[in-house]
Design a protein. Sequence first.
Length: 387
Amino acid sequence: MMNAENFSKNLKKYRQMRGISQNNLAKVLYVSAQSVSKWEKGTSFPDISNLCAIANALEITCDKLFENESPDDNNKYFIGIDGGGTKTEMVLFRHDGEILHRLVTSGSNPNVIGMDECCKVICDGIGELLSHGVSVCGVFAGIAGSGVGDNARLIEVFIKAKFPAMTVKVCSDSANVISSVRGCTDGVGVIWGTGFTVCVYKGETSRRFAGWGYLFEELGSGFAIGKAVLKHCLECNDSMKERTLLCDMAEKALGGKIGDRLGHIYTKDKDYVASFARTAFEAYRKGDETAKKIVSESIEWMANIIVHAIEVTNCPKTVVISGGLTANADILHDVIGKCIPGDVKIIIPDMPQIYGACLMCLKECKMSSCATEEFEEKFKADYLRRI
């Protein structure tokens, strides 16, 4: 049965969720904006022939236009986003920790792909998640590169313009790191992957250290380690240094002698160079002294940045480290433990960075009380089923 009251409420809800104005919807349907306004006020009802066109424009089924919202009144939905230089992960989740949908798309660092493309990646992903037909309270996006200049505010303004019915917050992806440990709000968040950055969170303030990008950082990141490995191979190739196990392993990964593969390397991006960090850690475990030097120098430099950040900001001495290189946690703990004071607590979370984004979303929507142990257990179980 067609309920006109449900129709008017749902029409307005889904139109706002899609970020479509009454004027734009009217143009798609070849009706006046006044007609759309009257439908939403419940003072008139569209022709039956228009119902399918309305549903198509809003990317929902016709049934959604007439469903009663009461069964879902107690459920609230949110979107968490973890945007990196290589990939962007998004999840649509419920207040109890259930994940409805997970989406992985291309990287979204505005300093790498540009602001316009960044906003497109983020908004296209949000739009895809909204196509599943639930009303979302808010979005939190922790995006690499958004801590530079005015980037976070610009991305936030763009998302709010596209999806005006939702609470929206954008900040650095390091916020996802510190928040991925439930109950941890102040301290140092470290991203240790292809890139490297340290960010201190203290109350409502944050401050970034390092994270200057691959053009300026010689140590710390996966790119820096990978570059050092390839440079060592080039030096061995030119008889500037004695050949090592690390060089043999790197050339095996290259698929040939580095002198023959140099042109190939130059056609690749920084993620390819960073992939040789894995070779450095493998050679480290096999006792190669050059690999030990490369890896240890990068971890020691990271430790120095962490200690400096704590001293400058007088923040809590809790350090949360996340990113692809934490797969080498044994080496990290062994080296960094010799470089930092004993009262500094190093945590490598067992929850992914996207979980931190989801907890931040609950916080921005004044729903932090939902972030319970039960929420975490349900989220983790759902997440593992989806990866």
